[in-house]
Design a protein around this ligand. Structure first.
Ligand code: FAD
Ligand code: MLT
Ligand code: ZN
Length: 481
């Protein structure tokens, strides 16, 4: 792995921490908010995949916007580089330091500020864990418009900063639509109040969108206002098998048309992904008889009329079976079975981690082309790796993962730049939902024209002239220092 960090040079204009800095931080945050503990830092310096490791000597835990502002104002004046960190579940090396950047961890900013039952608008601090928000809303009869496998650890500020997509985007859309307002702290400590709670507000440039998906490179998200849909009680989940990729596509087209307003997820995995989950996760079993099917689809419907929705889904499945689109399938009979179907899909990243080293690619591609890449990669790598494909088929988002016993530069050169060139050739995106982080900062040109990247760099320069916020990430290294 070391090869990636070796390509990046520490920006010499950044200062190195000294004892006066630590004393100042203790003054503003108290002893408890200033963490120098080695074990704690070792965890915070390492990403979820154990692939990216920094060497920060300091983690700060602010409890309020004012404290975030004081931290950044000071870091900016001293030219100390900073990494904003949420739940540290990011998959592109964006949430951990590359060198000795100060980690600003948002965990203590976890208060819910308000919830309006009429509009469904939730306002909360950036450090709220997604699952806690889901539970809070459940008690109010609402849901979060996003859900993902990392919900137990990831924070809403992290979700906003990565513009996380997840499992229900096909129904509720992206955070660019659901986030109504943000409060952010800029690199110089200025607090920008864009925390609107209005559905409609056309008073000039809608600047909050700059921060959605900016991966901590433009500001720290301290508060979020988000539109939440009401909880509908009729939820059905089916786990289906398809014998070929063309049938998966046809099934998606049919599902959009025939399930229409009740479709809430359309996820896919290939048989190699299923095998990984069955082999590496305890208590997961295949709900279908162990015949070899090449593909599996998880369909979820959510509606307000149980008998009608169930009938609609059953009718759809019967039709799909008769048309030969699905070769087998199971419809969850209760909530436990529904969760066990979801566990299969949501467990893939964890199973991949248990299987060894993993090269992870998160691509937007035209649906009809998507699986060709998985097959081409298998041919390229032959027996040297296990190539798996899964993802959010309903959104045109493929997760191409290459699993090997250990990281090997020889394998990496077989994968990259081929995977990016292929994606670019098919006018896809090299990051559908995970962001660029450190992993893909230098690859941005595969998906964005030079003039657009230059404009991004100018915006970064304007908002963070010294480049202290999450350096070496998002923008290509040639433009970011
Ligand atoms: P972190 O990992 O801590 O940080 C991610 C980035 O955001 C970093 O660049 C960091 O600097 C920045 N950041 C964090 N908090 C803030 C803040 N308050 N202000 C400014 N910048 C901040 N992603 C998807 O899109 N869809 C999925 O389905 C999905 N599933 C996942 C499943 C698993 C098991 C895992 C491990 C990850 C998954 N992810 C998925 C990746 C996804 O990016 C994150 O899980 C999530 O959005 C990151 O939130 P976090 O709080 O952990 O942020
Ligand atoms: C998922 O959809 O499971 C996540 O984005 C994580 C991953 O890609 O592995
Ligand atoms: Zn995903």
């Amino acid at each position: 792995f070391g090869s990636l960090a070796a390509k990046v040079q520490r920006n010499p204009s950044f200062s190195t921490l000294n004892s006066d800095d630590i004393s100042y931080f203790k003054e503003i945050l108290g002893e408890k908010g200033v963490i120098e503990d080695e074990e704690w830092l070792a965890t915070a310096n390492t990403d979820w995949m154990h692939k990216y490791k920094g060497s920060s000597k300091l983690l700060l835990q602010p409890r309020s916007t004012e404290e975030v502002s004081q931290i950044l104002k000071y870091c900016n004046s001293r030219c100390l580089a900073v990494v904003p960190q949420g739940g540290n579940t990011g998959l592109v090396g964006g949430s951990v330091p590359v060198f000795d950047e100060v980690i600003v961890n948002m965990s203590l900013m976890n208060n819910i500020i308000s919830f309006d039952k009429v509009s469904g608008i939730l306002v909360c601090e950036g450090g709220c864990i997604l699952e806690n928000l889901i539970t809070f809303l459940d008690n109010q009869g609402f849901i979060m418009p996003l859900d993902l496998g990392a919900k137990g650890s990831c924070q809403i500020g992290g979700n906003v900063s990565t513009n996380a997509g997840g499992l229900r985007l096909v129904r509720y859309g992206s955070l660019h639509g659901n986030v109504l307002g943000l409060e952010v702290v800029l690199a110089d400590g200025n607090v920008i109040d864009m925390l609107g709670t209005l559905r409609k507000d056309n008073t000039g440039y809608d600047l909050k969108h700059l921060f959605i998906g900016s991966e901590g490179s433009l500001g720290i998200v301290s508060k979020v206002s988000i539109l939440t849909p009401p909880k509908l009680f009729s939820v059905n989940v089916a786990f289906l098998a398809c014998s070929d990729y063309f049938s998966c596509q046809k099934l998606l087209m049919e599902a959009k048309r025939k399930l229409g307003e009740i479709l809430s997820a359309f996820e896919f995995l290939d048989s190699k992904s299923l095998d990984l989950v069955l082999n590496h996760l305890d208590g997961v079993r295949n709900p279908l008889p162990p015949t070899l099917h090449k593909f599996y689809i998880l369909i979820e419907t959510t509606g307000s009329d149980e008998p009608y929705d169930r009938q609609k889904l059953e009718g759809f499945l019967l039709h799909a079976m008769e048309a030969g689109l699905i070769s087998d399938g199971a419809l969850a009979q209760d909530i436990n079975q529904a969760s066990s179907f979801w566990r299969i899909r949501e467990g893939i990243p964890e199973a991949l981690m248990k299987a060894g080293a993993v090269y992870k690619y998160d691509l937007s591609l035209p649906v009809e082309k998507m699986y060709d890449l998985v097959e081409e990669m298998r041919t390229r790598l032959s027996d040297s790796a296990n190539v798996v494909g899964y993802g959010h088929l309903g959104d045109g988002n493929l997760h191409l993962n290459i699993s090997t016993a250990q990281y090997d530069d020889g394998i990496l050169t077989q994968i990259e730049p081929f995977v990016y060139e292929w994606t670019s050739k098919h006018r896809g995106s090299i990051s559908a939902e995970h962001g660029l982080g450190l992993m893909k900062a230098n690859e941005i040109f595969y998906s964005k024209p030079t003039a657009t990247v230059s404009l991004m760099a100018s915006i970064k320069k304007m908002l963070d002239p010294k480049g202290i916020l999450n350096p070496y990430k998002v923008l290509p290294h040639s433009l970011s220092s």
